[in-house]
Write a protein that binds this ligand. Structure first.
Ligand code: SAH
Ligand code: DHB
Ligand code: MG
Length: 221
């Protein structure tokens, strides 16, 4: 972000540049590649994070020293694999998936990667699962990547269940370009941003669809 064009939103990445940068910085890993291919193989939507976003998740969690992490929206477990790679040996990821078929594919992916011990997959609607999961907290990181119209609800849960200094991360924070529209979904996503800005030291990283990122502030007395 260094000139008028990039400040106005223009991006210089091409498919070839993205592929080159990913290959040089994080050479292909067979179990991650199998997980990336799983949605296509199983006829699921191909909406997993990109390889560089996965790597960014791994680096952020390593920087934060995260050991207890919650993910909302597993799909086939690709982002979960990146998260799991950032965890120390005693670390744990709880990942929530509402779709039974997606959850079954993800469980196979975790077994294939030898991660059964570190990853707990919970099949269910996150709005119903999260209140019970609070007993396992407080958590070091919460990553939101499921139904975008409920990020406000999930964000409030994160704020109540993250330790101070913990990370909240939200994918698709630009809502596919619809963030400023007058729809219920867009209003919910804006509430997520605005509430995050109050309780976190935060930024929205301009990935293709925005990655909201914040460090939980100490709750005021
Ligand atoms: N994080 C994944 C991609 C998630 S795609 C990755 O990057 O690899 C979004 C997923 O959220 C879908 O699998 C969808 O079934 C799931 N989902 C949607 N609404 C949900 C809800 N209310 N609770 C839990 N999962 C939900
Ligand atoms: C969709 C969901 C995502 O989380 C994403 O990163 C891209 C697309 C979707 O529901 O279409
Ligand atoms: Mg997403």
């Amino acid at each position: 972000m260094a000139d008028q064009d990039s400040r106005a939103g223009e991006r210089y990445a091409t498919a070839q540049i993205l592929e080159y940068a990913a290959r040089i910085h994080h050479p292909p890993d067979p179990s991650l590649e199998r997980a990336f291919e799983a949605p296509r193989r199983h006829g699921m939507p191909e909406i997993q994070v990109g390889p560089s976003e996965g790597r960014l998740l791994e680096l952020l969690l390593r920087l934060a020293g995260a050991h207890k992490v919650v993910e909302v929206g597993t799909l086939a477990g690709y982002s979960a694999l990146w998260i799991a790679r950032a965890l120390p040996p005693h670390g744990r990821l709880w990942t929530i998936e509402a779709d039974r078929d997606h959850a079954a594919v993800a469980q196979e992916v975790f077994e294939d990667a030898g991660l059964r011990d570190r990853v707990t997959l919970i099949h269910g609607d996150a709005a119903e699962v999260l209140p019970g999961l609070a007993a396992e907290g407080p958590f070091c990181t919460v990553f939101l990547d499921a139904d975008k119209g409920r990020y406000d609800v999930y964000g409030r849960w994160a704020t109540a269940n993250l330790r101070p200094g913990g990370l909240l991360i939200g994918d698709n924070a630009y809502l596919f370009g619809r963030l400023l529209e007058e729809s219920e979904e867009a209003r919910a996503m804006r509430r997520f941003h605005e509430e995050m800005a109050k309780s976190y030291r935060s930024v929205c990283v301009p990935t293709p669809d925005g990655l909201a990122l914040g460090i939980r502030l100490d709750p005021s007395p």
